[in-house]
Design a protein around this ligand. Structure first.
Ligand code: ADP
Ligand code: ZN
Length: 229
């Protein structure tokens, strides 16, 4: 008898594409673990760990944290997840070296990525979203400023005591521009890596959250290349 295996996904896209938002919806729907490299780093930062101190400067200016730090951190986290549970990666891999390291680490365990969902959003929309973004310190749920008043929400709707809402240090305009440039230079080439393996599905990311979610779910059904060429 073979054990059921959980879905293993990569949520791919530029900063501000909505990977975190879609990850939360998919988690409810599919029950797979959400592994966000950015959240792992921010956890280290707020706990004042050595790894967090190493990562801080890179993160604040919107640069990639070196692979020597990042790869081990994410692969360790994946190693804690039971095969049957599955996972979705968000923010990793972010360059081809990370994609290769991930492939080898999974291969050693007889695992592989099932699908890569690429959420596409144009640069001007990314800049607009990131500079209006706020996040719950407890559960990491993203929020936007109120369109009418310009104010962020007072507390998190998902957290029992209304988790503290804050703006990330790297959601300032200079770091945002740098993160988008880094995405085009270092991260976008990973798309070719997964396209060559037949794993890539492109999804339009500029509609309403629910619309994007429908597209993501269709992409998971396997015929996304025909639906979203
Ligand atoms: P976003 O996708 O909104 O840019 P993340 O929360 O994914 O933000 O990442 C925040 C920062 O953490 C990045 O700008 C980078 O400095 C660091 N980081 C996250 N994931 C990686 C990764 N896979 N490789 C290198 N650095 C990373
Ligand atoms: Zn919250």
């Amino acid at each position: 008898m073979t054990m059921p295996t959980g879905l293993k996904l990569v949520l791919f896209g530029p900063p501000g594409a909505g990977k975190g938002t879609q990850a939360q919806l998919l988690k409810e729907r599919l029950g797979v673990e959400h592994v966000s490299s950015g959240d792992l780093f921010r956890h280290h930062l707020s706990n004042g760990t050595e790894l967090g101190e190493l990562a801080r400067g890179y993160m604040n200016r919107g640069a990639l944290v070196p692979d020597a730090i990042t790869i081990g951190m994410v692969i360790d986290r994946i190693g804690q997840i039971a095969d049957a549970d599955g996972f979705m990666l968000d923010g990793f891999p972010r360059n081809t070296g990370q994609a290769q390291a991930l492939e080898s680490a999974l291969h050693e365990r007889g695992q592989q990525i099932d699908r890569v969902i690429h959420i596409r959003v144009a640069d001007d929309e990314l800049i607009r979203r990131l500079s209006n973004r706020y996040i719950c310190r407890v559960c990491q749920r993203p929020y936007t400023r109120d369109a009418a008043t310009g104010a962020p929400p007072e507390g998190c709707a998902d957290c029992p005591d209304g988790g503290d809402i804050y703006q990330r240090d790297d959601d300032t305009s200079e770091a945002v521009a740098n993160r988008i440039a880094v995405y085009h230079q270092e991260t976008a080439p990973v798309l070719d890596f997964y396209a060559a393996r037949g794993l890539l599905a492109n999804v339009p990311g500029e509609g309403a959250v629910a619309t994007v979610n429908e597209s993501v779910l269709r992409a998971l059904e396997g015929n996304a290349d025909e639906v979203f060429p």
